[in-house]
Each structure stands twice: as structure tokens, then as C-alpha cells.
Design a protein around this ligand. Structure first.
Ligand SMILES: [Zn+2]
Ligand SMILES: [Zn+2]
Length: 421
């Protein structure tokens, strides 16, 4: 069976997270979104653990369920060099055991969602491996709290300790991550890192797993690629929409090339702010291969449906107006991925013609993408020619997109379906 899973989110116990991030809200929104499995996030926090146990029923040691949505026990931790790691636990007992061990190295494990640990990446990985906990770097390339902001290789960070996956983060995709040879043996996870259960956040990245049933053990096998279990699709934000895609000023968001940033000594000449190296430039610095592993699943570049609706109707992405249209699409077609990828445009047009045209443009690489950087998300724009055209004439509309490099290279839908179905 296939299940769509988002394994990295945060609870309301983490900083800057919506108060609406509760277990029941998470289950409800995951179901709406078409996710059959979510990571709890923040499970080392005892209050969040208690909330999970209060609302969700146990399926097996490492798997819980509420409203037909399953949960795995996951968290993110920060190491002594402010590098983030994702952990996936086999049982609540293991969560508690690890919490006891980590208590000695943390002052905020009882209160924070993402605890800070006075341990190195290798030390954390050793503890995880000892307990049978899966571990890998979170959002591996981002400029503030990732492995590659601190180290030049996995080896340098983890030493000999085993890791099980690498999380791509919103500003990178599989193709970019594969430019580093050492990643070829690793499974990629594409997770949302959502701080709110809203539909443009939760599941904005997800992994489509092929497993026998939706349990920790099956997901573990898929991540380790054993017994025919595997990830068949990574779906994620178009990396250019990520907020650290290009090198840019973290105050005024002006974009710079790597050469310019170096020449300006990482100070923005426009406002004096600090320039942050973009994920794309960071990967280009480290790239050591043009080959790609044959078994890498396809990466589907998504634009969140709520953002497409927001762009079309010109209302904020968290407004009621956007939510209502989003719900109508979801009610008629089941899940966001069905709407974005699978349902014919003619049928979508019966719900909302303008939005259907924008989805057509997204599928056909005709949305204009303005890349993100410096902490500001990228933006999508609908070309005027498409806005003016009727649904039946879309195929013949000529669109002028300003710069070839700014165009989404959306994989052909038929290619994608062959693999994903
Ligand atoms: Zn993080
Ligand atoms: Zn600036």
C-alpha cells in the first residue's frame, strides 16, 4: 500500500509555533490534506507525549492513531554546535529512556519542543543507534542550523556513527542533494517542518511510502530500503520557493551571487544587514558528482494549493476565503495531491475556474516563480495570458516567462504517475 507521510513538524511547545498545533488539530488537518501518517515532532517533551497518549490510541509500540491518521514518535534536537537532527523512535519506552539520558545534557528538555543538547552530532548519533532510534540531519543545507552550515561533509559531523536518512529541507530537492556523492547511499526525507497545522504548512513536503502496513517497523524498513519497502516519491516545495534558496540579505532580502557576497564580505551594501549563503550556492560549493543513483525516487515539485488559491483570488493565505475554496476542492477530490496533480483540469474548473487554470499552469511549468532567499519565502505568480484565457484554450496559450532559469521544470505528470501509482 501507499501512504503519504510528513515526519517532521513541531508542537506548540516549540518556539514560534502556532497555539493551534494540538494532536487533534494535527490529525484533522492531516486527514484533510491526504496524509495517512505524521510524525508527532517534539516527543521528548513530556507534555506533548502526555497529549499524544491522551488522544491517540496505540497501534503497536511505535505507532499511534487518531481519526484514521497514524503517528510515529519523532523529534528534532539541536546539538552543541546548533546543528539540527531528526529522530524517529521505535517505542514510547525508548523515548523515555532517551529523555533520561539526555536530561544530563540539556536544561530545556522538559519545557522546549526541540531541546538544545550539549552533545556533538556524533555523540547524539551514538546514543540513537544504541537505542534503535533512527537519526539523520534535519534540513541539511539551510544556513542557520543545519549540518552543512557547520561542516563540509557527513563524515566530519558524525564521524563513524551511522545515520539512516537525510532530510532535504524546503530549499533543496533530490537532484540538488545528489550532487554530493556521499548522499547516494542515503534515503532522502522530504518533510514540512511545519509550525502550524494550516494546509499551506502541514504536508507542504511529504514522502510517499510503499509499505505493507502503516507502522514504525514498516517505515523503518522503507527508510533502510529493506524487504521491498521503500519511498516511491518525495514531494516538496519547489526548492526556489524555500526561504533560503538563493544567497540573500537577511534584512532587506536583496539577492546576491556567491562572488558578490564574498566581495561584500557578507555585509549587504544596501542596508548593512548580514548576507546568508543560499542552499543552492552551498550545494554548488560542495558538489562532487554529476551522476545520480538509479534507485532515487522522483521528486515532485509542489506549490501548496492554498498558496495557489491565495494568488488567484488575491487574499491572504490564512484567510477564510482561501480556506473555503481549499475545502471545496478537498471535499470533491479527496486530497491536495489529487487536486494538484491527478484530477483533469476540466473537472477542477467545476469547483473554481480561475484556480483550475492556475493549477494547469503549475502542472505545465507556466507559473512564474520568484525565488526565495535570506529568510524570505519565494513567490508564485500567474502569467496574465493564462488569467485571461478560457479553460478550453489553455493548451494554445503562449506564455512569456522572463528568465528561463526562473521556470519550474515540473516533471511530466505521466512520468510521475508511472512511478508513483
Ligand atoms: Zn530545525
Ligand atoms: Zn540588505
Amino acid at each position: 500500500m501507499l501512504v503519504d507521510a510528513d515526519l517532521h513538524i513541531h508542537s506548540r511547545y516549540s518556539k514560534a509555533v502556532s497555539k493551534a498545533m494540538t494532536i487533534p488539530n494535527l490529525a484533522e488537518n492531516a486527514r484533510f490534506k491526504g496524509l495517512g501518517l505524521v510524525g508527532t515532532g517534539d516527543i521528548l517533551n513530556p507534555h506533548w507525549e502526555a497529549e499524544l497518549l491522551k488522544y491517540a490510541k496505540k497501534v503497536d509500540e511505535g505507532t499511534y492513531e487518531l481519526n484514521e491518521v497514524r503517528f510515529l514518535l519523532t523529534t528534532e534536537v539541536e546539538d552543541s554546535r546548533r546543528v539540527h537532527h531528526v529522530l524517529i523512535f521505535p517505542s514510547i519506552d525508548t523515548v523515555r529512556e532517551m529523555r533520561e539520558i539526555l536530561r544530563r545534557y540539556s536544561t530545556d528538555i522538559e519545557t522546549e519542543g526541540r531541546p538544545h543538547l550539549s552533545l556533538s552530532a556524533a555523540e547524539i548519533a551514538d546514543i540513537a543507534n544504541e537505542l534503535g532510534v533512527l537519526i539523520g540531519p534535519a534540513h541539511a543545507f539551510t544556513p542557520w542550523t543545519s549540518l552543512y552550515k557547520e561542516y563540509d561533509s557527513l563524515e566530519e559531523a558524525y564521524g563513524g556513527a551511522k545515520i539512516h536518512f537525510l532530510e532535504l529541507g524546503l530549499s533543496a530537492d533530490s537532484e540538488m542533494a545528489d550532487m554530493i556523492k556521499a548522499h547516494h547511499r542515503l534515503t532522502y526525507l522530504s518533510n514540512s517542518d511545519a509550525h502550524s497545522p494550516m494546509p499551506h504548512r502541514l504536508g507542504r513536503e511529504f514522502n510517499r511510502f510503499e509499505v505493507e502496513e502503516v507502522t514504525f517497523e514498516e517505515i523503518r524498513k522503507a527508510i533502510l530500503r529493506r524487504g521491498g519497502r521503500r519511498i516511491v516519491l518525495n514531494a516538496g516545495l519547489d526548492p526556489r520557493l524555500g526561504k533560503y534558496h538563493l544567497t540573500a540579505c537577511s534584512r532587506c532580502y536583496a539577492h546576491y551571487s556567491l562572488g558578490e557576497a564574498k566581495a561584500f564580505k557578507w555585509r549587504c551594501p544596501k542596508c548593512g544587514g548580514r548576507i546568508k549563503k543560499g542552499v543552492r550556492d552551498r550545494i554548488l560549493e560542495l558538489a562532487d558528482t554529476n551522476e545520480r543513483p538509479k534507485d532515487r525516487p522522483p521528486y515532485l515539485r509542489l506549490a501548496p494549493l492554498a498558496e495557489i488559491i491565495s494568488m488567484v483570488i488575491g487574499k491572504g493565505v490564512e484567510t477564510k476565503a482561501v480556506r473555503l475554496i481549499w475545502e471545496r476542492f478537498l471535499r470533491d477530490f479527496g486530497s491536495e495531491i489529487m487536486v494538484l496533480v491527478d484530477v483533469p483540469v476540466g473537472e477542477l474548473a467545476r469547483v473554481h475556474e480561475e484556480v483550475a487554470k492556475a493549477i494547469w499552469a503549475y502542472r505545465n511549468g507556466k507559473l512564474i516563480v520568484i525565488p526565495g532567499g535570506g529568510g524570505k519565502y519565494g513567490e508564485i505568480k500567474l502569467p496574465e495570458e493564462i488569467r485571461r484565457a478560457r479553460v478550453e484554450e489553455l493548451e494554445s496559450v503562449e506564455v512569456e516567462v522572463p528568465d528561463e532559469t526562473e521556470r519550474p521544470r515540473q516533471r511530466s505528470i505521466t512520468d510521475f504517475l508511472k512511478v508513483a501509482r
